[in-house]
Design a binder for this molecule. Sequence first.
Ligand code: SF4
Length: 356
Amino acid sequence: MDRRVTKQVRVGNLSLGGSAKIAVQTMWSHPLPDKNDAKGIEALLDRLRTYATMGCDIIRFAYHTEADREVFSIICKESPMPIVADIHFDYRLAIDAFTCGAHKIRINPGNIGSKQKVEDVVRCAQDNDGAIRIGLNGGSLPIHLRSQDHVRAMVDTALTYIDWFESWDFDRIVLSLKDSDLETTYRSYTSIAESSAYPIHLGVTEAGGIVSSSVRSTWVLGRLLNDGIGDTIRISITDDIEYEIEAAKELLRAVGIESKGIRVVSCPRCGRSTFDSQKFLKQVQSRLSTFDVPLTVAIMGCQVNGPGEASHADIAITGIGQKVFLYEHGVLKRQVSADEAESALFETLEAYINAQ
Ligand code: SF4
């Protein structure tokens, strides 16, 4: 597939668009810890380090009060990945976020007040080496445009804001155009991709839980990626952040854009299942996602059919009762007790990788 040619926009130490890889994003889903809660701050930074090892490239935080400024400044400074501040309504918070060290903000210029306030934010981004995502949503279009076709309204609005930004000599712009209607989202992205050369942030709004979001996001974002559109991606899921990262990486792999990372296959289980593959998968999935080698690991429910069904995998694991078996390309390599299953899997995996 030919990827759309875009300008390249720097966000901290990362580049979006141009020849840069498609960046995986997520969003922090809890309030920030109190500034006096050193343990809470360190725990948050630990989570960010884990997300980075899982393949997350950027993380966004809602920045909705200046009371968070001290903690947010620490996060911006210590984070292993660029930080984006999500701003609604108050342009002073956008300015404050940049002075805290945010590498990018996400705003809808239409909901922070006058054009002068938008200019103040853009000037602050210039002064603080920041980028801005113009994030439009069909549900928050200006009232006089809401009854119009949302695709046309969002694209025209985005182009107007781009004109404003460029008139202030600012071009570190990323765009997103989302709507609760999936086809409107798809057409808005394809239309803006034809009209502008700025990098595009892909996402689906109001996506839902794991199943709903994965299906809805794959339906829209998979087609856009296949069209060569998209420079950074977030799969919004109402669940643990790890799922967002895993889903985004899996989608990039499925479309053929990402070749790194372990692809996990697991059987659906049936009446023959003697190994709790579902529980084991949950136990090891996050750790497996920290490997960036392109391998397949199979987690199968029984020893009868599992090894055969998983013979295409580099490493497979299954079991019966208290015995667990590890295979390389369908050939039995190790037998361990159920208690040792996790450590044996990672030892086998690491030995396999080192032998390549
Ligand atoms: S591997 Fe075994 S448990 Fe899993 S679906 Fe196949 S036969 Fe059933």
